[in-house]
Design a binder for this molecule. Structure first.
Ligand SMILES: Nc1ncnc2c1ncn2[C@@H]1O[C@H](COP(=O)(O)OP(=O)(O)O)[C@@H](O)[C@H]1O
Ligand SMILES: O=C(O)C1=C[C@@H](OP(=O)(O)O)[C@@H](O)[C@H](O)C1
Ligand SMILES: [Mg+2]
Length: 197
């Protein structure tokens, strides 16, 4: 967007930070959508602290996500994930990148909806698969056919992610552009909602 269309990048970030009035900004979406990497850039634009729920869980457990899945199982990971997110949502002025399964949990979703502004970073199967194939740090994809697993997760989860306040496509463009699109989508969303009588 040009300066004349929507102000400078800094101006728009400042406007958004002010409209958010301290509310946490929460990124949801599939593995590989860019929640962690785009989230970090978004936080820096908004002058907010960036927190990744997976990193918080790893730090608390002193184990990596694959180790937690292996040694404690998915159910325990999910319970820890919910506790961590509930705690983090009490913080002000944060950008929180969640793990892909977090928003699928009804209790976590209800809390995010009540306490935060949520963004679904959405990407197509091909894009996601290419990105997640770069690293083998996602235990849910350690299956005989990871692409089919990803496809099934997409089918199950997309209707749920669609409950987020805004949806932004995470295409293979520079991550700063995706961060800029998030700022634009949120400004539009907040303007539309705050202008309602
Ligand atoms: N817009 C983008 N273009 C190209 N690669 C991207 C983009 N966004 C994220 N990636 C890459 O995709 C991979 C997964 O990103 P990550 O932020 O870990 O996703 P998530 O936290 O949603 O699982 C990383 O290698 C990251 O650099
Ligand atoms: O989709 C999921 O259920 C998961 C996504 C991962 O986070 P990212 O979405 O950041 O990859 C991580 O929490 C764990 O491997 C489970
Ligand atoms: Mg992540």
């Amino acid at each position: 967007m040009s300066r004349t269309e929507g102000g400078s990048r800094q101006g728009r970030a400042r406007a958004l930070a002010s409209k958010l009035a301290g509310k946490p900004l929460v990124l949801v979406g599939m593995m590989g959508a860019g929640k962690t990497t785009v989230g970090r850039r978004l936080a820096s634009r908004l002058g907010r602290q960036f927190i990744d729920s997976d990193e918080e869980i790893e730090r608390a457990a002193q184990m990596s996500i694959p180790e937690i899945f292996e040694q404690r199982g998915e159910a325990e990971f999910r319970a820890g994930e919910m506790r961590v997110i509930m705690r983090l949502l009490k913080e002000r002025d944060i950008v929180l990148a969640t793990g892909g399964g977090a928003f699928v949990n009804p209790e976590t979703r209800a809390l995010v909806k009540a306490e935060a502004v949520s963004v679904w970073l959405k990407a197509d199967l091909d894009v996601l698969f290419e990105r997640v194939s770069r690293r083998s740090n996602r235990p849910l994809l350690k299956t005989a056919d990871p692409r089919a697993t990803l496809e099934k997760l997409i089918a199950d989860r997309y209707p749920i992610y669609g409950e987020a306040d805004v949806t932004v496509m995470s295409r293979d463009v520079p991550q700063d552009n995706v961060a800029g699109d998030v700022v634009g989508a949120l400004l539009h969303h907040l303007k539309t909602n705050q202008d309602k009588p």
